[in-house]
Design a protein around this ligand. Structure first.
Ligand SMILES: Nc1ncnc2c1ncn2[C@@H]1O[C@H](COP(=O)(O)OP(=O)(O)OP(=O)(O)O)[C@@H](O)[C@H]1O
Length: 217
């Protein structure tokens, strides 16, 4: 074999190896892979909201049938879901699994999935932001037109309002009714292509019973 042929063969070999590495890194996704009951959820150290400097550990868990049912309703069926349950029933873990599945499903479209919570502590626990920051909703402004004018000047928030398809809200019990009304009104005005409630944004909310009794809306 002459030198040129050898070079070509080795080139072909290395391209094949590269393709193998690529497919290992980005395996072909099937719809079933979104609903594989085995999920890896990043768990924090147990210190709520304390993420900086804390080494995270991954744990493979198998979701229960009930957890899977809720996950399918959100991720596969696109339903508005509000779930609750008593302490220690796996709500937080399920929410993290749902967020992971949604992000995987919409990996190619940033801003489609928005992860929020009513408080900064709860938001940092799930890698999100507060609902007020997400929407650039000034808590002191009640007038919707005024709010929309200020949102239009906050381009990242405006983009989130226009492109979000699924809005995850943790600790929704601490979001009062007025804020929900504001969100619905703003979304309707900023997302004119649809007349569906919340401008067609799908909602997935977790309510902890402990917080619902502590902080009535
Ligand atoms: N399907 C599962 N398999 C294994 N462990 C699970 C599963 N679901 C939840 N857990 C574990 O059970 C414990 C309680 O779950 P989690 O914190 O999600 O419950 P919770 O309903 O959010 O509780 P709380 O209302 O008190 O915040 C956690 O240690 C979690 O890792």
């Amino acid at each position: 074999m002459n030198k040129a042929t050898k070079r070509q063969t080795s080139k072909r070999k290395s391209t094949g190896a590269l393709e193998d590495t690529r497919s290992a890194k980005h395996p072909r996704l099937t719809i079933d892979s979104f609903f594989s009951p085995k999920v890896t959820v990043q768990l924090d150290s147990g210190l709520d909201g304390v993420a900086g400097g804390v080494k995270e550990k991954a744990l493979d868990v198998v979701l229960s049938d009930e957890q899977m049912r809720v996950m399918r309703m959100v991720v596969e069926e696109g339903k508005n879901v509000f779930f609750t349950g008593s302490a220690g029933t796996g709500k937080s873990l399920l929410l993290k699994a749902i967020i992971a599945a949604l992000k995987k499903k919409h990996a190619k479209m940033s801003n489609v999935v928005s992860v929020t919570a009513s408080t900064g502590m709860a938001a940092s626990n799930i890698g999100g932001m507060t609902l007020h920051s997400w929407g650039a909703i000034a808590p002191t402004v009640d007038n919707i037109d005024k709010l929309i004018r200020s949102i239009r000047t906050a381009r990242p928030a405006l983009l989130r309002w226009k492109t979000t398809q699924i809005l995850v809200i943790d600790e929704v019990s601490m979001v009062d009714g007025h804020l929900f009304e504001k969100i619905a009104a703003i979304a309707t005005q900023l997302r004119k292509k649809t007349d569906r409630p919340f401008g067609g944004i799908q909602l997935c909310s977790l309510l902890s019973l402990a917080t619902s009794s502590s902080f009535p809306p």
